[in-house]
Design a protein around this ligand. Structure first.
Ligand SMILES: [Zn+2]
Length: 249
């Protein structure tokens, strides 16, 4: 029975998610990640350890600071929950394996990258370097031919680069992200990642245009959609690719 392991991964996921909140909040402001305890952004009161339990504390506090009753953003428990769920799915898919280990790191980095991209429209190179490291490690354990991984590096990044060169519509961070993720995934799953990202990004763009929250000229961060696509493709990309080929044959 694997249930205790699933619970363990979920709990650790929520704890990691709590740390990712700190990274997402402080990194763009160049604040230290460790030398400062968490405090309420409104009244600056340090938050007690028993109020820092992921997900649970937010519910018990009713989403408000204990001292000043200032509303705490629902984003914090949501990111903790998201991390817990996505890491648990990685373990569900790969069990005790190197794939799970790489999946945990990949998922963690993607969550941080996506949230910082939403906040700042930037993808930091330090995260690309972490992804490159696991992509290279993955070459040693991948069942795919090594050529598939190298094609993956170029298959979307080159069209992106050309579009960026011609229109400036795609950021350099997105190009690097899909190149490195392509190296990790192999070209089949990279196509799936791009396909998922395009559908999600397209739907969101149409929604924002229809509800007039953005006009046609304003930029929409594509990075978060790429991150979702890469995550799903890491878990099921090759299966989706084969299913797609069979669907048309
Ligand atoms: Zn407060």
């Amino acid at each position: 029975m694997q249930l205790p392991y699933f619970i363990l991964v979920f709990v650790y996921g929520a704890i990691f998610g709590s740390f990712f909140n700190v990274v997402i909040l402080r990194l763009p402001k160049n604040e230290s990640l460790i030398h400062q305890s968490s405090h309420c952004p409104n009244c600056m009161t340090p938050i007690k350890a028993y109020d820092l339990i992921p997900i649970i504390s937010y519910i018990f506090l009713g989403g408000k600071c204990r001292s000043c009753k200032h509303k705490i953003s629902i984003r914090y428990p949501l990111i903790e929950l998201l991390t817990a769920i996505t890491l648990t799915f990685v373990f569900y898919r790969f069990g005790f394996s190197y794939e799970s280990l790489i999946g945990f790191i990949l998922t963690s980095v993607l969550i941080i990258v996506a949230m910082i991209d939403i906040d700042t429209m930037e993808i930091y190179d330090r995260f690309q370097i972490i992804l490159l490291a696991i992509a290279l490690l993955n070459l040693f354990i991948s069942p795919l031919p090594i050529l598939d991984h190298f094609i993956g590096f170029f298959i979307i990044s080159i069209p992106f680069y050309i579009i960026a060169y011609l229109t400036g519509g795609i950021g350099g961070g997105d190009i690097k992200l899909i190149a490195i993720a392509g190296l990790l995934l192999g070209y089949q799953a990279t196509l799936v990642a791009f396909f998922i990202a395009s559908i999600l990004g397209g739907c969101m763009a149409i929604y924002l245009l229809l509800t007039k929250q953005k006009d046609r000229k304003s930029l929409i961060a594509f990075g978060p959609y790429l991150c979702i696509g890469i995550y799903i493709a890491y878990l099921y990309g090759n299966q989706i690719f084969i299913w797609y080929l069979n669907f048309f044959s």
